[in-house]
Ligand binder design. Sequence first.
Ligand code: GDP
Length: 361
Amino acid sequence: SLTIGIVGLPNVGKSTLFNALTKNDVLAANYPFATIEPNVGVVGVPDPRLQQLADIFGSQRLLPATVDFVDIAGIVRGASEGEGLGNKFLANIRESDAICQVIRAFKDENVVHVDGKVSPKDDIETINTELILADLQTIEKVLPRLAKESRIKKDIGPKVAAVEAAKEILERGDTLFSQGVVQGSEKAELLHDLHLLTSKPFLYVFNVDEDELTDESFKDEQRALVAPAEAIFLNAKLEADLAELDEADALELLESVGAEEPGLAILARVGFATLGLQTYLTAGPKESRAWTIPQGATAPEAAGVIHTDFQKGFIKAEVISFADLLEAGSVAEARSKGKARMEGKEYVMQDGDVVEFRFNV
Ligand code: GDP
């Protein structure tokens, strides 16, 4: 499955956040290089529709979609030159499908900042510079080989041009992502085999003090720094506390800081979308479940996520939009109102489709 790599300078709260994500007890140490082995945290994507479906179908359990977060250690200034755990860092990040940067905005004299001061803007620049330098190294290595190849292969011109264009963006100090050259897009297609780091989708987690959670003008400033990437604001320590509490106490704690839901819930949802994923829903007495598909997946592809045989033997899908089903109150009522559609092989799945597949075995 697709993974999101969590990166950030030392002491910004990555371990604290990751612990909250996994509810594990990894040591959150107050010094650089504390986290060395990458760890994976599998997090449920909260989806209130599942409970509503369960109420309609009498489902015994709810199965949300999940996102995989990988805790990647070792970014410091000079990582692209192999400083710190540089090379391992780059290899781990190359394997991730999206990059989640954790940025420190909280002020705490007891927690040392590697560069001596808390500055989200500077920290973002430090991290992006390392990623940009790593990509430029990749390109410098590839260009001479492409030049040689171009003497034999006539059709390689567009690829050389794409690499040159990427180089220009990077030399300006921009990430490829920020210029729309993002994995999966047409612009990035010819660069695919270079596995460039800055063409992965980015998202940013600002680890803020509790009073900044509701400070809209502060948040707008940070959002402007990272657009077009999404920005999420949370307090990692608060998230760690929330992860230990039962639902009622957690709600009370959230209310006390003016938040409606845990930052981790937002992170899971935004992370899921950043990976280019969406869900469709199935429901029955046994379970209500959200299934993960790429945005733009067709009905047979969606069926294949449940079982490859469903895809091979796909006949059609009975689809009711979640809103229609909720309004009708039952599948039978939705059908009689004409809200149940029979969709064929070409149908592109929409988020929140409630589906039953018909297939040959
Ligand atoms: P990492 O090096 O990025 O993994 O950072 P850690 O999660 O180990 O956190 C470094 C230190 O900062 C620890 O002492 C944490 O308790 C503390 N810390 C983490 N998040 C917050 C926060 O939101 N507010 C404050 N005041 N301290 C935090």
